[in-house]
Design a protein around this ligand. Structure first.
Ligand code: MTE
Ligand code: MO
Length: 420
């Protein structure tokens, strides 16, 4: 039903076991017909978003133009690797159209500069595959909005996990003649191809140590889960900065530069910064506030859905979800409670295959399931995770609330009704 009205590919990828001749034959009887070209939507050439790609109708859309959407929670944790078609989309601007043959990535170091074609990127540098979770700083913001108003109302699904293949930024910078010991250089900047009306493109920067670290795994990716990166996710190339906030993973990459300071991009300077709960729009000092880079520990419940009515088996309910921490920190434990935190069940954890990629770090999420005893009536299910540095999640939103609604990582709570 989730696929009706649109292409079914994402579902075949996720539930590949059902992609059989027998199922295709069953589906044939439900085919209404084929869409005639006249019935396809005409393109409005004055609309800067008219060339945006097609998206599955299952997305929960937070903004149409620019497109911001998350997959439904009941699908999010069905597979360890998020199918490309179901990966949340966070665009600040229209999706640019890039010709992969003529596209060049310019590496500008001040006194020297090189231009790389897609072919150069694929052939001149050792390809590596890095599995990482990317999460928007605004993931779960809705809970902060419910508490006090803030930006785009993301639920808990502005997060996804993919295997990205590309070239290490370290190798690219060194081949361009970058001196890693140059003490005046502190930041590596990425600029995108997506422009606003003033011709300012999306940009961000990360610390030099992260970009140059042998095992920082910062790459310029040209493949997402083994195929060309879809347009929404940065076709043909994007920066991947594992363990960092989504915003630094610059899509549609056109330039890499270095500098003594952070990027002057709006999204580095005046966005993606968190403040104390008492800071107001009038008192927020963007110059002083540090940029969000590494992400904190988070977890969320994907099953059961909020508001569901549950018929428990032997008084037990199965709870599922994800947990993740930034900076390459692994998830050590996830605890789940259905009695307000009096008793906790330890979840069993599903992690990535350690040999699946070229990284020594844990950049990707942990999926988990727990069997939790429940009483009949209205029940609140809670989860919380602990990462490999023993960081834990705050109990509630109050002390971490900030006017921008970033980094919502309080204990996740889902309210359900349990039948007798
Ligand atoms: N890169 C460019 N060029 N333009 C953008 O709008 N959005 C950023 C980041 N990179 C963005 C970008 C933000 S805020 C996030 S959370 C991630 O991309 C989202 O990546 P996704 O759309 O592939 O999930
Ligand atoms: Mo984001």
């Amino acid at each position: 039903m989730l696929a009706s009205g649109g292409p079914i590919d994402a579902f075949w990828n996720m539930y590949a076991v059902h992609k059989t001749d027998e199922v295709l034959e069953i589906l044939e009887q439900y085919k209404i017909g084929s869409l005639s070209p006249e019935d396809q939507k005409p393109i409005d050439l004055n609309d800067p978003f008219s060339k945006d790609p097609f998206r599955l109708p299952v997305f929960r859309i937070n903004s149409k133009k620019p497109f911001n959407a998350e997959p439904p929670i009941e699908l999010l944790t069905d597979s360890y690797i998020t199918p490309n078609e179901l990966f949340y989309v966070r665009n600040h601007l229209p999706v640019p159209e890039i010709d992969p043959d003529s596209h060049r990535i310019s590496v500008d170091l001040g006194d020297s500069s090189i231009q790389l074609s897609l072919e150069d990127l694929k052939t001149k540098f050792k390809p590596v595959t890095i599995t990482t979770t990317i999460q928007c700083a605004g993931n779960r913001r809705q809970e902060m909005s419910d508490f006090k108003t803030v930006g785009l109302s993301w639920g808990p699904c502005a997060i996804g996990t993919a295997r990205w293949t590309g070239a290490r930024v370290r190798d690219i910078l060194l081949s361009a003649g970058f001196d890693p010991d140059d003490k005046t250089i502190k930041h590596v900047h990425f600029n995108g191809f997506d422009d606003d009306i003033t011709n300012t493109s999306y940009g961000a920067s990360i610390p030099k140590q992260k970009a140059m670290s042998l095992d920082g795994d910062v790459i310029i990716a040209y493949k997402m889960n083994g195929v060309d990166i879809p347009r929404d996710h940065g076709y043909p190339v994007r920066a991947i900065v594992p363990g960092y906030v989504g915003a630094r993973n610059v899509k549609w990459l056109r330039q890499i530069t270095v500098g003594s300071d952070e990027s002057t991009s709006h999204w580095q300077m005046n966005d993606y910064k968190a403040f104390s709960p008492s800071t107001t729009f009038e008192t927020a000092n963007y110059k002083k506030a540090p940029s969000i880079q590494e992400m904190p520990v988070i977890s969320a419940i994907s099953v059961p859905k909020p508001g569901s009515i549950i018929d428990p088996e032997d008084g037990m309910v199965e709870v599922k979800g994800y947990a993740w921490s930034g900076g390459g920190r692994d998830i050590m434990r996830v605890d789940v409670s259905a009695d307000g935190g009096n008793t906790w069940q330890e979840a069993s954890l599903t992690k990535d295959d350690p040999d699946a990629d070229d990284s020594a770090h844990c950049w990707a999420w942990t999926l988990w399931t727990a069997e939790v005893p429940v009483a009949a009536g209205k029940v609140e299910i809670i989860c919380k995770a602990i990462d490999s540095a023993n960081n834990c999640q705050p109990e509630w939103i109050g002390p971490i609330w900030n006017l921008r609604g970033f980094l919502t990582n309080a204990w996740h709570r889902v309210n359900v009704t349990v039948e007798n």
